[in-house]
Design a binder for this molecule. Structure first.
Ligand SMILES: NC(=O)c1ccc[n+]([C@@H]2O[C@H](COP(=O)([O-])OP(=O)(O)OC[C@H]3O[C@@H](n4cnc5c(N)ncnc54)[C@H](OP(=O)(O)O)[C@@H]3O)[C@@H](O)[C@H]2O)c1
Length: 357
């Protein structure tokens, strides 16, 4: 290989991108709008920079943020260049690496969260910075892996960095049956916390199977009306106001909201009304180290992704409609490369590494 050139799965090139097929299939938008604006596109294949990993995407996760970016709900915060390809979660194999990449090589099965509003996941190839990439746990299919990064990182960064949740702490996870909530229950149990999960009644069995110690049906009673006092309330559904949460927070309790703007709306001078309780909002960050941590728990059988359904890429609009219903149980994923996905699903090595249960 010539000094500093791109390493690819098929050939070695002296100059970046030289000889690569420059076009790829994707699903994206040419204008903001309802799910129907998602269309099949042929776009430029991205190239990895010096620390970039080019991933041949087998499957991509669907997140509520993808729908917000598609609808234009965030256009006053960030304006997308059209055509725009949504998607923050990708799982696949390394197709090429930039010259500075040391931890991954062509052919490695990897997953990553792409930068928050950048998109790019609903495509045949995506580039992620090496520091945001992690090896896929041996037991997972690509579809399952694609459901992990953004939701699991949000749960981990909320409970660890915002709430400092520790063994023996008691956490209320509201929105426990969704993407973030299903990971939050399991991560809190790994830490040794007691978990009360709030969801609608039909999801009680699911959240208990993930380790929830107690269950609250928010459709039957106000989750902030009970006698329990929590060290942490994680509102993964983004529906609880602090004035209600305050009633069930212990004296040093922390309210973590997935609304990234809540913290800013709660200036320091309001602290005296909170009586020592904290309000934190989380804005998830791509982080390969955190993803490896989650991967180690998955490998040990302590955490598992809950996948409601996989859709072919051509049915991305249907997946967005389901996400926008706010009824998804766990994650929705898009299968982008059917061959790769099927091969890994059938791999004896993967099956042999499947933890029991
Ligand atoms: N700030 C950040 O960095 C960040 C990162 C990730 C996600 N988010 C935000 O976090 C929220 C959740 O994300 P997600 O991926 O977990 O979404 P999701 O998977 O679509 O969440 C669906 C779940 O929400 C539950 N739910 C809906 N309304 C509820 C309510 N009123 N009370 C309690 N639960 C309710 C549903 O449970 P039932 O069907 O049982 O009602 C369903 O299981 C979204 O608003 C998302 O935009 C923010």
């Amino acid at each position: 290989m010539m000094g500093g050139g791109l390493r690819t799965g098929t050939e070695t090139f002296g100059e970046r991108g030289e000889g690569l097929d420059q076009k790829m299939r994707a699903v994206g938008i040419r204008r903001y709008g309802p799910p129907e604006v998602l269309e099949s596109l042929e776009v430029e294949r991205p190239e990895p920079g010096p620390d970039g990993v080019l991933i041949r995407v087998a499957a991509a996760g669907v997140n509520p943020a993808d729908c917000l970016l598609r609808s234009g709900g965030l256009r006053f915060v960030v304006r997308q260049q059209m055509p725009f390809v949504p998607g923050a979660d990708v799982a696949g194999i390394v197709e090429a690496t930039g010259p500075g990449v040391t931890r991954f090589k062509v052919g490695d099965p990897v997953y990553a969260m792409l930068p928050n509003t950048a998109g790019g996941g609903y495509a045949g190839y995506a580039v992620a910075a090496e520091g945001t990439v992690a090896p896929i746990p041996l037991s997972l299919t690509f579809g399952e892996a694609a459901g992990v990064p953004l939701a699991a990182l949000t749960a981990l960064q909320s409970l660890r960095d915002k709430a400092n949740l520790a063994a023996g702490g008691h956490v209320l996870v509201n929105g426990a049956s969704g993407g973030v909530g299903t990971f939050a229950i399991q991560i809190a149990k790994v830490v040794g916390a007691r978990v009360t999960a709030a969801a609608s009644g039909r999801n009680e069995d699911l959240v208990r199977s993930l380790g929830a110690d107690e269950f609250l049906d928010y459709t039957a009673a106000d989750v902030t009306a009970g006698k329990a006092r929590y060290d942490v309330v994680l509102d993964a559904a983004n529906v609880l106001p602090f004035w209600k949460v305050r009633r069930v927070l212990g004296p040093k309790g922390v309210f973590v909201s997935v609304n990234p703007f809540i913290g800013r709306l709660s200036p320091g001078w309001l602290a005296r009304f909170r009586g020592g309780r904290r309000i934190e909002s989380v804005l998830v960050k791509p982080d390969g180290g955190d993803l490896e941590k989650v991967g180690s728990w998955i490998g040990a059988g302590e955490v598992r992704p809950v996948i409601e359904r996989s859709y072919p890429l051509a049915e991305a609009a249907e997946a967005h409609r389901r996400s926008e219903s706010r009824r998804a149980r766990g994650k929705l994923v898009l299968v982008i490369d059917e061959k790769l996905t099927a091969e890994r699903a059938e791999s004896p090595l993967r099956k042999a590494n499947r933890p029991m249960g």
